[in-house]
Ligand binder design. Structure first.
Ligand code: GDP
Ligand code: CA
Length: 326
């Protein structure tokens, strides 16, 4: 592929796991990366609109992320939050001093009536992010989690309750009225390769796919579609996807991930440790490719991204050959 002819990769991604994959793909010289992020974790805190997964993506791709945590800005403070605590506010949601600046800006622009898609793009540009960060919808969609403690907002479940309560049901509030952004649909339709990041299938990827028009666009895509499993040997690297899947009657392993993406992907990238699951996954009409899929550092991310892209190029060549033979 020549310098000018980059491979157009569109990545569906949540927060931390999604940003790791995005970072790897962004490091490849022959890839033009577009990300469709998750907005269903968004919520209002202290009068400000906070968009955790989109911010994790922006902070990661701008190199300003707190590397130890995987979210939030590096070199942060809690002075603003301390004042809110003094004022008697609930401050379980960690929002850093610098982070607050972005939430103020986002809230101001939304109050002005600007499209959330444009705000996210302007923030990414101002932060020096090269890949495009798109939103699946400009409408409000919020994940709600039913637990033994009743219905919780996603951040109440994830941050305040630290994923401890057993999940009984999930709901996407607002999904019926949400329409896909033309940018997201175009990014799926014009991609050379579609990738689903190793993000939580139920609360990071599902809220993207569930937006009217998006799942169908992925289904209809004629280009290779590859997902990377967020589960390795039946366990998450971080978070609660495994427990959530078990609680909701799914298998908490790569087979459960494959079943969830059946009809949407051609290949699931699984870990070497999960080789024994390949046959079962094949039964779902999904091929598997085995590799080390744990990303510990920048090299791991770039290496895994290279594996995904090479696999995509090989699948595209195979499709071409089959097309020519038919
Ligand atoms: P969140 O929105 O911040 O919770 O993050 P995501 O939904 O994007 O990603 C969470 C998922 O990423 C979890 O299920 C993790 O198991 C998965 N994950 C995190 N790091 C890695 C990794 O290095 N490799 C793989 N395969 N999965 C990972
Ligand atoms: Ca998230």
């Amino acid at each position: 592929m020549s310098e000018t002819q980059k491979l157009k990769v569109t990545l569906l991604a949540g927060g931390v796991g999604g940003a790791k994959m995005a970072e790897g793909l962004a490091a490849l010289g022959n890839v033009e990366l577009t990300i469709i992020g998750n907005i269903a974790d968004d919520d209002n805190f202290h009068g400000l609109w906070v968009s955790p997964d989109i911010d994790t993506m922006t902070y990661t791709l701008s190199g300003r992320i707190n590397r130890q945590q995987g979210w939030g800005l590096a070199d942060e403070g809690t002075r603003a939050l301390d004042i809110l605590t003094t004022l008697g506010q609930d401050t379980w949601m960690m929002l850093g001093d610098k982070d607050f600046g972005l939430h103020i800006y986002r809230t101001m622009r939304r109050a002005r009536g600007d499209r959330p898609t444009d705000i996210a793009a302007d923030v990414a540009e101002a932060f020096g992010v090269k890949p495009r960060i798109l939103l699946p919808t400009d409408d409000r969609v919020q994940t709600r989690v039913k637990t033994e403690k009743g219905w919780l907002s996603f951040q109440e479940y994830f941050v305040r309750e630290k994923c401890a309560p057993t999940v009984e049901a999930l709901e996407l509030k607002g999904i019926e009225d949400a329409t896909a952004t033309p940018e997201a649909l175009a990014a799926i339709a014009s991609a050379d390769l579609l990738v689903i990041a190793p993000s939580n299938p139920l609360v990071s990827i599902e809220p993207i796919l569930a937006v009217k028009g998006i799942r169908d666009a992925v289904k209809e895509a004629r280009v290779p579609r590859i997902a990377v499993s967020p589960l390795i040997a039946g366990k998450v690297v971080k978070g609660s996807a495994d427990r959530m899947m078990t609680a909701l009657g799914m298998r908490a392993d790569a087979v459960g991930v494959a079943a969830h993406y059946a009809g949407l992907i051609d290949v699931l990238l699984i870990d070497h440790q999960d080789s024994v699951l390949a046959e079962e996954i094949a039964g779902l009409e999904i091929q598997t490719h085995r590799d080390d899929i744990l990303m510990k550092d920048a090299e791991d991310k770039a290496r895994l991204a290279r594996v995904v892209v090479d696999l995509g190029l090989k699948l595209a060549a195979d499709k071409d050959q089959n097309g020519a033979a038919a």
